[in-house]
Design a protein around this ligand. Structure first.
Ligand code: 26V
Length: 797
């Protein structure tokens, strides 16, 4: 049906009538979208079935990726690209009078994630399938993804997200593969045939129903599966209050927690975690038993990867199944478990490390808690044998301590691999945050620098640039991103640099149009597009950016003739609904924008834009249009960052601290092709350990800082008296924990330099080219190859 344009059109015509029960002339755009979706499903179904059959037959290892988040975005065009039929479909639809872009607009973003962690999982799925690797994703089919953000009067307002409202063509419900999950109740130990057995009595049962989504590799025969679990009441609920039971059951897959912060004590969150893990493991082991019978060689054929600690209950759950259902003893079960599970850590921020109060954990998951206790007992014994009597050390490393279960400790002890997500991050794990664990298990620790699906973030998001690059160096970069390095041959080719410039200009015009539609502000596409898009967090320092913008405004006000390269400062950020401080920063950005954008004295010299509801599909329009990529976290705090890589591959220049993967970007492009500033991670960590930073001094001695900071509280912002006092206090009373004032001068100087360099457009384009040329390293294809070879030990089919 996709072999030529005529066949496509004929099939489309017929399929639409059958599916929608109306003639083509009567059809709506949504009918057409659904029809195309069904055609793609049908087209991949043979390969999907064949891929699954192969997986049942191979004896080599397979990986299961467990993640509480998948930030997939839209799938229609990416699927067409990967199937190699995008041009044909676009042409066929055009002949039918249909614009593919308009159909694409109808698709809802699958926004089942908060930010970098969830988007990383989505990028990994693309690379695993494209590399023909046997890998399966498991997650939760949240009815509501990350909230929709509206800005009302400068404040963030959250609305429930409704991605399933018009159905989801990409999923197939597999009711026959449903499994049961047990919560609450109590555990009874009995002697049976001379061994102690455990029985979970009076449990409340929930049914987990899988919805499978095809993961289509780029021009490959592999169609992998992302299995998302839906929570439903069990068929015959024995329950005194059936409505309450139904509601509580369905709540488990009702919504994605909008917090990439720590949700201590939210029982529903723990339920979600166990629900994902137990459903996934039951399904993995069912398939395994079919193929291998017994489970005693599981670790030889299966790797279960946990994305952060959210799915860490996979460790005790696997122990439970091996012992209670398979009848293995502790030693055997432990040996299999710790050789099956691998773990990625995504943050060193201690506030973000998950821990669960025993009083919540134990009653909800009584058998799992018993197993965690036993793992802890045995681990503490080993610690005691190493350093007898050192209670402080044992308490510090224990899995259960001070009334809490510490999920990261469980993950390290119960897995064979622990990886960080960028070189610096892994070093900080090994030398600081997890040092004592590294000393005990040095062989477990390794680094896997993050990557991005370059086929989404360049090929799909930036078609103009992608086409130009393919004309220049051939299309091999689409499969092998490292081939982008061939661009270095054109460093001094003025015509190439001019074409890069004009492509960027066109992309900026498109974004300017979006900005005009969404905000009513008209921006000049000749200005520097200076962009910071990411979740709002104190450590990411959107505050540094906006204080510097206020300073520039003050300069212009004091000296009407102040000359600067025109800038459009663009922000996109969702704040956690309960993160009071982060919401204040959003209001501050919008309040500053309101003043600056409407001050005739400023003119075209600067504009400040906050784009609401930042999400994957909006990101795809922003990255291609960016000149400057703001990556300004307090050094040591951003584990990796992945937005930095998306900007880079679209030719934006990084303005960043020496943090996360920024360091590796600098290593690749060289010091001349990046703008870095600020404290190093060693300096930051030294201040934290030994003190010695006084923000007050910077406030008093730097007029630029004092002027902008005072404006937070001196009535500069009309009608919001007291609004920004918490920000003012964080900088002075609380001694500026994120070194905003300390790094201000260095940031402002570097920004001046950015403006100077931009004036020399050929120099700028040459730098931009060097960034694109070196971005191949950050393809998630490279990252996934490293996981496959070093951790998972899986081979392409
Ligand atoms: C949690 C918390 C909780 C307390 C307040 C600060 C804070 C900050 C971040 C988080 C999220 C932790 C997990 C996470 O999403 N990490 C992100 O993972 C990305 C993919 O590896 C990586 O690029 C980001 O740097 C990292 O923040």
């Amino acid at each position: 049906m996709f072999s030529n344009v005529k066949k496509f059109k004929d099939t489309f015509y017929k399929r639409l009538e059958m599916l929608c029960g109306k003639s083509f002339d009567e059809s709506t755009a949504r009918d057409q979208y659904e029809t195309l979706g069904h055609m793609i499903r049908e087209f991949v179904s043979n390969d999907w079935i064949a891929t699954n059959e192969r997986y049942l037959a191979i004896t080599g290892k397979q990986v299961y990726y467990l993640s509480i988040e998948y930030l997939l975005g839209k799938l229609l065009r990416q699927n067409l690209i990967n199937l190699g039929v995008e041009a044909l479909v676009e042409e066929g639809l055009r002949e039918l009078g249909i614009d593919l872009n308009e159909l694409e607009e109808l698709e809802a973003d699958a926004g089942l994630g908060n930010g970098g962690l969830g988007r990383l999982a989505a990028c990994f799925l693309d690379s695993i399938a494209s590399l023909n690797l046997p890998g399966h994703g498991h997650g939760i089919r949240y009815k509501h993804g990350l909230f929709e953000q509206k800005i009302v009067d400068g404040y963030q307002v959250e609305l429930p997200e409704q991605w399933l409202r018009s159905g989801n063509v990409w999923e197939v419900r597999k009711a026959d593969l449903a499994v049961k999950i047990r919560f609450w109740g109590k555990v009874e130990a009995k002697m049976e045939h001379n061994r102690l057995t455990f029985h979970h009595l009076n449990a409340e049962t929930v049914t987990a129903v899988p919805y499978d989504m095809p993961v289509i590799g780029y021009e490959s025969k592999t169609v992998n599966t992302l299995r998302l679990w839906n929570a439903e009441p069990s068929q015959f609920p024995i329950h005194d209050d059936i409505l309450k039971y139904k509601r509580e059951t369905e709540m488990i897959s009702e919504l994605l927690y909008p917090d990439d912060t720590h949700d201590e004590g939210k029982i529903l969150r723990l339920k979600q975690q166990y629900f994902l893990v137990s459903a996934s493991l039951q399904s993995i082991l069912k398939a395994y038993r079919k193929q291998h019978g017994k489970l005693d060689q599981l670790h030889e054929h299966v790797c279960i990867h946990i994305n952060d600690t959210h799915p860490v209950l996979a460790i005790p759950e696997l122990m439970r199944i091996l012992m209670d259902e398979e009848g293995l003893d502790w030693e055997q079960a432990w040996n299999i478990t710790k050789n099956t599970i691998s773990y990625t850590n995504h943050t060193t921020l201690s506030e973000a490390l998950e821990k669960w109060p025993i009083r919540i954990f134990q009653p909800l998951l009584p058998r799992i808690y018993m197993i965690v206790e036993e793992i802890n007992e045995r681990f503490c014994h080993e610690l005691w044998d190493e350093t007898p009597g050192d209670w402080a050390r044992i308490a510090g490393l224990a899995i259960i301590a001070d009334g809490y279960v510490k999920m990261a400790h469980l993950a390290i002890v119960g897995s064979f691999s622990v990886n960080g997500v960028a070189k610096l991050h892994t070093e900080i794990l090994k030398q600081r945050e997890m040092k004592p664990f590294y000393q005990i298990f040095p062989e477990k620790f390794n680094n896997k620098t993050n990557g991005i699906a370059h086929r989404r973030w360049l090929l799909k998001a930036n078609p103009k640039l992608a086409t130009f690059l393919s004309e220049l160096i051939g299309p091999s970069w689409i499969r092998s991103a490292e081939d982008l390095s061939q661009l270095m041959n054109y460093q001094n080719d003025t015509s190439v640099l001019e074409q890069l410039e004009s492509i960027k200009k066109e992309n900026k015009q498109e974004l300017a149009q979006i900005i005009l539609e969404k905000t009513g502000v008209s921006v000049d596409s000749g200005a520097i597009f200076d962009v910071q898009v990411k979740r709002l967090h104190a450590y990411k320092r959107q505050l540094l950016n906006i204080l510097h913008i206020m300073h520039l405004y003050n300069r212009i006000k004091e000296d009407a003739s102040y000359s600067m390269v025109p800038r459009v400062f663009i922000f996109g950020a969702k704040a956690s609904p309960g993160y009071y401080y982060a919401k204040k920063i959003i209001k501050l950005i919008n309040s500053a924008a309101e003043i600056i954008n409407h001050d005739p004295k400023v003119g075209d010299r600067m504009k400040v834009i906050f784009l609401e509801n930042y999400r994957v599909s909006l990101a795809e329009k922003i990255f291609p249009a960016a000149d400057v990529s703001e990556q300004i976290s307090t050094a040591s705090k951003e584990a990796s960052g992945t937005g930095n890589m998306k900007f880079m591959i679209n030719g934006a220049l990084t303005l960043g601290t020496l943090d996360g993967a920024n360091i590796e970007i600098r290593e690749l492009v060289g010091d001349d092709n990046i703008f870095t500033f600020g404290l190093t991670s060693d300096e930051v960590l030294h201040y934290y350990q030994h003190g010695g930073y006084q923000s007050e001094g910077y406030y008093h001695h730097d007029y630029r800082i004092r002027q902008a900071v005072d404006q937070l509280v001196n009535g500069f912002f009309p009608g919001v008296y007291n609004e920004f006092e918490p920000i003012f206090d964080s900088l002075l009373e609380e001694n500026d924990q994120y070194f905003v004032l300390k790094d201000f001068a260095s940031y402002a100087d570097t920004q001046l330099n950015v403006g100077e360099v931009f004036k020399d457009s050929m120099r700028w384009q040459k730098m931009s080219l060097a960034n694109i040329a070196n971005a191949g390293y950050f393809s998630s294809d490279r990252t996934i190859k490293e996981y496959a070879e070093d951790i998972w030990k899986i081979n392409p089919l």
